[in-house]
Each structure stands twice: as structure tokens, then as C-alpha cells.
Design a protein around this ligand. Structure first.
Ligand code: CMP
Length: 140
């Protein structure tokens, strides 16, 4: 089915100047960018976005990392977009990410892991709404 998912290029990958290389991977896989913005997240924004992880031991490090520089946030649209984006990203821990995935090629650690992608269609809707009003998402 045609789906939308939320993708974030994290501060490490923005600093490495690989936004374009990552967008090319989305496009070559048939995913369309239907919304996008660069943004310096506030601490409150990062904490709210990752609220489901609030009790996890890595929460504070995750929030500090996500506000360490600007991120590139996009909505991707395409057939099976949620799973397709997760396949492109590879495993959360780059040491376990399959060759040729975004994390295998651009991530340095489980914290600085280059990209975030929604893990389910339900969470995708919540995450998209967190960053983009419906009028800023362009079906095409
Ligand atoms: P992300 O997909 O953005 O969702 C939560 C993030 O927490 C995850 O990617 C990792 O960058 C980070 N993280 C750090 N340690 C862990 C861990 N042990 N398990 C899962 N995620 C972790």
C-alpha cells in the first residue's frame, strides 16, 4: 500500500555533508520526499519526539546528541514506505547493519547512527504530525 514515513537525517550525517547521498538512496528506492525541513531541535522538541524512550538508559545521551546540531527532517512517500525506509537504513547499531545500508556506510555508533525512521505505520502518522502540519505535506 502507498504509505508515508518520517525520516530524520541526524546531526552526525548532516555534519558529514551526506544529505544528498542519503536523499539519492530514497529516490533510487522509489521513495518520494513529500515534505522536508532543516531544523535545530530544542531540548523539549527532542524529548517529546523520543518520549517513548524516556525510561531507557540511553535517553539523555540520545536527546543531547539529537540537539548537537541541525537535523534534516523529511516525509517519505511510496509503496510500503515504512519497511522500505527501514531496509535502506539497516540495523540501529551500525556494527550490525548490512553492507550497503545507510547506517553501514555513514553511521559511527548506535548513538550517532545517521538516520531515524518510523518503526510502524501507526508511529509514522504520529511522528509526521509532530513535525509537519498537513498543509506542509505535498502528495505527488
Ligand atoms: P532511532 O531509530 O532514532 O531511535 C532511538 C535511538 O536511540 C536509536 O535510533 C539510537 O540512535 C539510540 N540508541 C542508543 N542506544 C540504543 C539502544 N541500546 N537501543 C536502541 N536505540 C538506542
Amino acid at each position: 500500500a502507498l504509505e508515508r514515513t518520517l525520516s530524520i537525517i541526524k546531526p552526525d550525517a548532516v555534519a558529514k555533508n551526506v544529505i544528498g547521498e542519503i536523499y539519492t538512496r530514497f529516490e533510487k528506492a522509489g521513495l518520494k520526499v513529500v515534505a522536508s525541513k532543516m531544523k535545530q531541535l530544542s531540548k523539549a522538541e527532542a524529548e517529546g519526539f523520543y518520549a517513548v524512550h524516556r525510561e531507557r538508559p540511553f535517553f539523555n545521551a540520545l536527546v543531547e546528541f539529537m540537539i548537537s546540531g541541525p537535523v534534516m527532517i523529511q516525509v517519505l512517500e511510496g509503496e510500503g514506505a515504512v519497511l522500505k525506509n527501514r531496509d535502506l537504513m539497516g540495523a540501529t547499531n551500525p556494527k550490525e547493519a548490512a553492507a550497503g545500508t545507510i547506517r553501514a556506510d555513514f553511521a559511527d555508533s548506535i548513538d550517532a547512527n545517521a538516520v531515524h525512521g518510523s518503526d510502524s505505520l501507526e508511529n509514522a502518522a504520529v511522528e509526521i504530525a509532530y513535525f509537519f502540519p498537513a498543509t506542509d505535506v505535498y502528495a505527488r
